[in-house]
Unconditional design. Structure first.
Length: 209
């Protein structure tokens, strides 16, 4: 499902709010939702695994089954279930200059009512690094104890902008593409490529393929 999106230079959408530079990003209407604990345990058992998350023995095929794609309805509404990890994408596909770093605010708010919502987005990846390109991934949890049925297009996440000193910018940041550059609209990246080497090292120690 493709939604976006010409790539946007972050420099062109920076606003000043209370004298602080921010940008506002929106959610696309497709999500990957983590399955329930019971569903995951059944998947593990079907592969002869214990009911725990084992990043060494869980293959990409198994990992894929731990998630399911869900979409907003025809009116643009999506139900965020309580305490369920949901991966979302920014509607915008962005290019972050090498001299700028972005930090996601913790809570989403409604563009229509300006009300802060109990949807958190900085569980493990609040930072968008200099040089990042492409749609960005949100990690979302509904912190309330009830489902929230919301119009996706009205959800806003503010990002604080930090300007970096030239001396702190690595040369490769000016040349290399960002960590999300291979993500396409309609897809959501799973895992952490930065830890692939660590997992591979553990596999070699345990003599696993």
């Amino acid at each position: 499902m493709l939604e976006s999106e010409n790539r946007v230079d972050v420099s062109s959408i920076i606003e000043n709010h209370n004298r602080k530079p921010i940008i506002r990003l929106h959610l696309a209407s497709y999500f990957r939702v983590s399955r329930t604990k019971q569903e995951k345990n059944k998947i593990y058992a079907s592969y002869g695994l214990k009911a725990i998350y084992d990043p060494v023995r869980i293959t990409p095929e198994i990992n894929e089954k731990l998630w399911e794609y869900q979409y907003a309805d025809k009116k643009g509404f999506f139900t965020f279930l309580p305490q369920r990890l949901i991966l979302g994408h920014t509607l915008e596909s962005i290019e972050v200059p090498a001299n700028i770093s972005l930090k996601m605010r913790e809570f989403f708010y409604s563009e229509k009512t300006r009300k802060v919502l109990p949807l958190t987005t900085n569980l493990g990846a609040p930072l968008i690094h200099p040089g990042s390109t492409g749609p960005q991934t949100y990690e979302i949890i509904n912190k309330s104890n009830r489902p929230l049925n919301l119009r996706v297009s009205q959800l806003i996440c503010d990002l604080d902008v930090e300007y970096l000193n030239e001396s702190s910018i690595l040369a490769q940041q000016k040349l290399s593409k960002g960590q999300f550059s291979n993500q396409n609209p309609g897809e959501i990246k799973l895992g952490d490529p930065g830890k692939d080497w660590e997992i591979q090292a553990i596999k070699e120690i345990l003599r696993l393929k």
